[in-house]
Ligand binder design. Sequence first.
Ligand code: SAM
Length: 282
Amino acid sequence: MELWFKEEQTPHLGIVLRVKETLLRKRSGFQDIAVLDTLQYGRALVLDGIIQTTEGDEFAYHEMLVHVPLLTHPEPRRVLIVGGGDGGAVREVLRHPQVESVFLVEIDREVVEASRRFLPGLSCALDDPRVTVVYQDGAEFVAGAQGEFDVILVDSTDPVGPAVPLFRGPFYSAVARALRPDGLVVAQTESPFVNGPVISQVFGEVRQRFPVARVYLACVPTYPGGMWTFTLGSLRYDPLGPDTGLGRGRPVPSGLRYYSAQIHAAAFALPPFVAPLLGPGP
Ligand code: SAM
């Protein structure tokens, strides 16, 4: 018998993946957690019926979430990841030898446990001595931090349930305070094809609080529309400027499959249907 998993991405659009085996199905205190072994993309982490990451395309998302900001900051030493319980972002952050400590603040311990057990290719760096895993609401954690981080990455679920505050203004005010004076933040901000208002909302909040605000793109086939946005807010460095890590000649980590110096620049070129989501220019 053929088994297919269907994610309803909107009431009128979905993605289906043929399933070889259901490896995990459980309910945590926060969400429904599943790990499915799919024939097209390998193992997939699914939360409340929504694909979070798959072995087949996670590199595109994680490399772009992480290396754009970490090669924008000239000396990223202390990094905070909000969400990201699968561990893929931690793995990419630790490719940068300048990084001394990474805090992963994930609300749901059971996501981390599921990833440790079933997604070793993503969770492989969680036991590195530079990593501290904190089980707490990311908005709460950030509100308690002051001038501590060079880079903050928001690797959250979609803006429903506990992730809602991570897309709102007060969170970005707290992020700006939690950063060192030349720090920067990147957040995953959904698909321009199906979640345009989310991009407009987060970009508007970031632009009010950060002197440099930009949106960039990556292709992630299992996310709605296949095209994904990241919103960057920076207190000093412009990702396209000459004084970034990349501009100062810091090497790109070896072995990457999506990010490159050329992609770093190209990802900020927005198609004419995306640019208006950012509102009128300054
Ligand atoms: N790459 C994914 C995407 O774009 O869909 C996100 C993956 S990661 C697994 C998302 C994680 O964010 C989940 O494990 C979820 O538990 C966590 N999360 C949601 N809201 C949170 C919050 N307020 N604080 C900390 N973690 C949160």
